[in-house]
Design a protein around this ligand. Sequence first.
Ligand code: AMP
Ligand code: MG
Length: 294
Amino acid sequence: MAPWLLLFLSTLQPFEAVEPHMGTLVRVKLYAADERQARSAFRAAFDRIKELDAILSDYKLDSELNRISQNPLKISDDLFRVLAASQKLAEQTGGAFDVTLGPVIRLWREARKNNRLPDKEALREAGARCGYRKLHLDATNHTAWLDEPGMQLDVGGIAKGYAADEALAALKRLGIRSALVAASGDLAFSDPPPGKRGWKIGVGSSGRVLELSNAAVSTSGDAEQHLDADGQRYSHIIDPATGMGLTSGITVSIVAPHGIDADGISTAVSVLGFERGKEFIERSFRRDEVDMIQ
Ligand code: AMP
Ligand code: MG
């Protein structure tokens, strides 16, 4: 490496900031020339995440996601990208990943709040309003619509990974090349820290340490959100086949080129389980593209 390049690299300093977004804390680490550059970079990254939350949130009544109904609605590039990736994943996993589970997910949220299992009849009724085949996208007109009233979309299994990707892109536009964005279990990385091979991150039950750059890693499990009832632990991740929270206790990490992929795949593999999850990954991706860590 040329000596002048080393000098240039060593002038970059590490900075870190945390803000609450998308119902969690989002952490950004980056290397910048000075505090002024770092500050404007943090603002751009967090503003981009805030903008995406306003589009993708199922909590915000007026989000673009919540405005999709039976009439075809022209939607933003961001929403289209997230829904298209979701529907592709639904097809690839035989519906294990399903962003139309909103009505069922709401019952489980309520159940966690009340510390009581959802009513069986209510679950059955809500389940009848779900199904990824009832969500339609038209790539030519950039529209989306739903088959039935009473449907509810929930992109909680994929949106944070996409937001992490887009925050990195916002940083890159401001000349920040080395950064990490972590939205709870969803992390995305751009270039390595100056002089390093990658960003070090511990994953999996064995605490394996990965060194990642220009990649993403997502972890799904029941560690943070769950309901303990009848001697079982029910995850916030739902098996679309039964409408029930997962009870397998699975925690899985997925490494992929982009956060949108790592996030969606980790949720999908949680539903499929390790064995079927591994089969799905081997069938759908190149070996050097997606990695699963138990
Ligand atoms: P993650 O932490 O990325 O695994 O996402 C979990 C979130 O995804 C849940 O809180 C729900 O909002 C949503 N979700 C639950 N079950 C599913 C499913 N089978 N397919 C897609 N999204 C789901
Ligand atoms: Mg996910």
